[in-house]
Design a binder for this molecule. Structure first.
Ligand code: ADP
Ligand code: MG
Length: 335
């Protein structure tokens, strides 16, 4: 049986899809497609589609089939999944995989069903869902088997989730439909208000990643970007500093802190005591924002730390989840 079956883990994120088997991460691609409007067909998927942004005729439109972690366009999602699954398949072409796919905490039964159907249609033999933070906890080897509390904060592009787990189950959790993309928007708004200059989302994200931070830094960096004057529409280069990006990010970061605080409020005191001892694990792409560990540590009064594999822990955890399905099944989202 084991020889002929293959386990496949899928992290179906708003910004990135990742696929892994039990030995390695097999694929990482942007969750994006390019559609030709006139012919109504998909012309590129994943990275190839992302490379087209801003460089293609107007009849080609770029679409993200997931919004805030949930499927907004079912058909495109299924097409993307089928395409990527085929690409990593190898022997799976004949022996269809057993699949586990991560979903945000608190998705509705309709949304769960949509994810399940999509991975089945895309070529799975069996499919199971797992909460994203539970998968992350498995992927970073937290001792969630024990009855003591563990906390994970997942900072994704489309959403933020904080959850406390014990004995393979989620004890308390909160989801914020807004993550890295909201940070990019905050940078766009800040620059428009302060300088009257418009920049795009890709540029805003670059500023965030290259010079951005969650708290003021000793080393102040700067970066020049090309914008467009709000009034004249003419090209308008501006230089931004780390301090300005920190300022721009304060509002959306407050929302993230509030979400984490609400989870702690709902968590039984014994478990909170465990979390104070162990710290809070930060994962997802947003965990790479400079100083976000410091900001969370200061505001929550609990040490927060960046995990070793913030980008891949969810997908790695989904495969592990398949391996321990019998231990987890009671606590997994049902379809
Ligand atoms: N170094 C970085 N600093 C801040 N944000 C980052 C950094 N690297 C990636 N990100 C952000 O992480 C998000 C993508 O993370 P990911 O966990 O893959 O998202 P999702 O689960 O929504 O697909 C994007 O919003 C991206 O801007
Ligand atoms: Mg993700």
């Amino acid at each position: 049986m084991a020889i002929f079956s293959k386990d496949l883990g899928i992290d179906l994120g708003t910004m990135f899809i990742r696929l892994a088997d039990s030995t390695q991460v097999l694929l990482e691609e942007p969750t994006i497609v390019a559609i030709d409007d006139e012919e109504q067909k998909i012309v590129a998927l994943g990275q190839e589609a992302l490379d087209m942004v801003g460089r293609v005729p107007e009849s080609i439109e770029i679409a993200r089939p997931l919004v805030n972690g949930v499927i907004a366009d079912y058909e495109i999602t299924e097409t993307l999944l089928a395409y990527f699954m085929r690409r990593v398949s190898g022997t799976m072409r004949i022996f269809r995989p057993r699949t586990m796919v991560s979903v945000p905490y608190g998705v509705t039964s309709v949304e769960r069903r949509a994810v399940y159907e999509a991975v089945m249609e895309a070529g799975s033999r069996e499919a199971y869902l797992i909460q994203q933070t539970l998968a992350a906890a498995l992927g970073i080897d937290l001792p969630i088997r024990s009855p003591s509390g563990n906390m994970v904060i997942y900072l994704g592009g489309g959403g933020t989730e904080a959850s406390v787990m014990a004995m393979y189950a989620i004890v308390s959790a909160e989801t914020l439909r807004g993550g890295g993309i909201e940070l990019d928007k905050a940078i766009i708004n800040y620059i428009r208000k302060k300088y009257g200059v418009i920049i795009g989302q890709v540029t805003a994200e670059k500023l965030k990643i290259r010079i951005g931070a969650a708290v003021p830094q000793d080393l102040e960096q700067s970066m020049e970007v090309q914008g467009q004057d709000q009034v004249t529409g003419l090209p308008s280069p501006i230089t931004l500093t780390t301090g300005e990006i920190v300022e721009a990010l304060q509002d959306p970061l407050k929302d993230i802190l509030e979400t984490c605080r609400r989870v702690l409020e709902k968590t039984p005191p014994e478990l909170v005591a465990d979390i104070i001892d162990r710290g809070v694990a930060l994962c997802g792409g947003g965990a790479l924002l400079r100083g976000i560990d410091k900001l969370l540590t200061q505001s929550l009064g609990i040490p927060a730390y960046l995990v070793d594999n913030p980008l891949t822990c969810v997908v790695e955890g989904t495969v592990r989840g398949l391996g321990m399905y019998n231990l987890l099944r009671r606590n997994l989202p049902q379809v």
